[in-house]
Design a protein around this ligand. Structure first.
Ligand SMILES: CC(=O)N[C@H](C=O)[C@@H](O)[C@H](O)[C@H](O)CO
Ligand SMILES: CC(=O)C(=O)O
Length: 299
């Protein structure tokens, strides 16, 4: 069971991308957080606030580091950009075995109105990377989609050749379980609600992709290890540890709050985020730091 952080995008003070940080970031994740694979250009990477050329350059930069395997989220609001990025990733991966897969989510301004419409949007994106595993990124809290994942998965398994599963960022565990039970061989589920990782494992997810594994990788792995040792009491206690940290940032926007936490734990990615998100104020930063000290997180 692997924990895969959805990485943040580091910016310079003028909010251009600070590509030079990425090598240190990769080293930090592999050496300090026990990480072996990263998910780039997802929600926490602010992918939809980046230009296509920036996303391509991010792929090149992450591919140039050597410690971590890479999954790239390739979709954009325009299908043209989504296909372009997918075929770019496929091309880079032919000379770089670190790239192991792609993922795509639904556009969220114009939305598909049925599982089949969603498949028709995703198919050309998936087939632009025929050599890579493709996963659908289900995140209804952001996309607003209400399409059933069980019907979607049935269609995807028969219509998308390289379909290998769903990155499942939702708390509906009954549906996740149905997807797990109906999965063809080789189709697996990445769980995306870090606060209930333990139930994601229990429900049959095979990996997890989340933001908090950027700075709580070891704690996440303690949950995984105690779970598979049948020590549910310890697993639950460690799970509460993740919940306490998420509660510490409370109503602050998750991405800038977690970038601040990265700085506090010694991996400064800059505090910037692109508008309409905004960085924490100095006061918000200090209050967050104080709350994290109170729960012993920064010891
Ligand atoms: C909405 C969102 O960004 N979900 C992430 C994964 O998909 C999670 O990793 C959360 O950031 C995490 O569970 C903290 O709430
Ligand atoms: C958390 C996650 O999976 C993302 O940022 O895309």
């Amino acid at each position: 069971f692997e924990l895969i952080p959805a990485v943040f995008t580091p910016y310079n003070s003028d909010l251009t991308i600070d590509y030079e940080k990425i090598q240190d970031y990769a080293t930090f994740l592999s050496e300090k957080q026990n990480i072996t694979t990263v998910f780039i250009s997802g929600t926490n990477g602010e992918s939809l606030s980046l230009s296509l050329s920036e996303r391509k350059q991010l792929v090149d930069t992450w591919a140039a580091q050597t410690s971590l395997k890479i999954i790239v989220m390739v979709s954009a609001e325009s299908i043209v950009d989504s296909i372009s990025l997918s075929s770019y990733v496929s091309k880079v991966s032919s000379s770089n075995p670190n790239i192991i897969g792609i993922a795509a989510m639904s556009p969220s301004f114009f939305k598909p109105s049925s599982a089949q419409d969603l498949i028709d949007y995703l198919s050309p994106i998936a087939s632009a990377s025929p050599n890579l595993d493709f996963r659908y990124y289900h995140i209804p809290s952001m996309t607003g989609l209400t399409i059933s994942m069980t019907s979607f998965q049935t269609l995807a398994q028969s219509q998308i050749k390289n379909f290998k599963g769903i990155k499942y960022t939702d708390t509906d565990l009954f549906t996740l379980r149905k997807c797990v039970r109906n999965a063809n061989e080789g189709v697996t589920h990445y769980f995306g609600k870090d606060e209930i990782l333990i139930t994601g494992i229990q429900t049959g997810a095979k990996s997890a992709v989340g933001s908090t594994y950027n700075f709580m990788g070891p704690l996440g792995y303690e949950i995984v290890t105690s779970f598979f040792d049948n020590d549910f009491e310890t697993a639950t206690e460690k799970q509460d540890g993740i919940v306490e940290v998420v509660e510490a940032w409370g109503d602050l926007e998750g991405i800038p709050a977690q970038k601040a936490i990265m700085e506090m734990v010694g991996m400064d990615l800059g505090r910037g985020v692109r508008p309409p998100l905004r960085s924490l104020t100095d006061d918000e930063y200090s209050e967050l730091e104080q709350s994290l000290k109170e729960i012993g997180f920064l010891d």
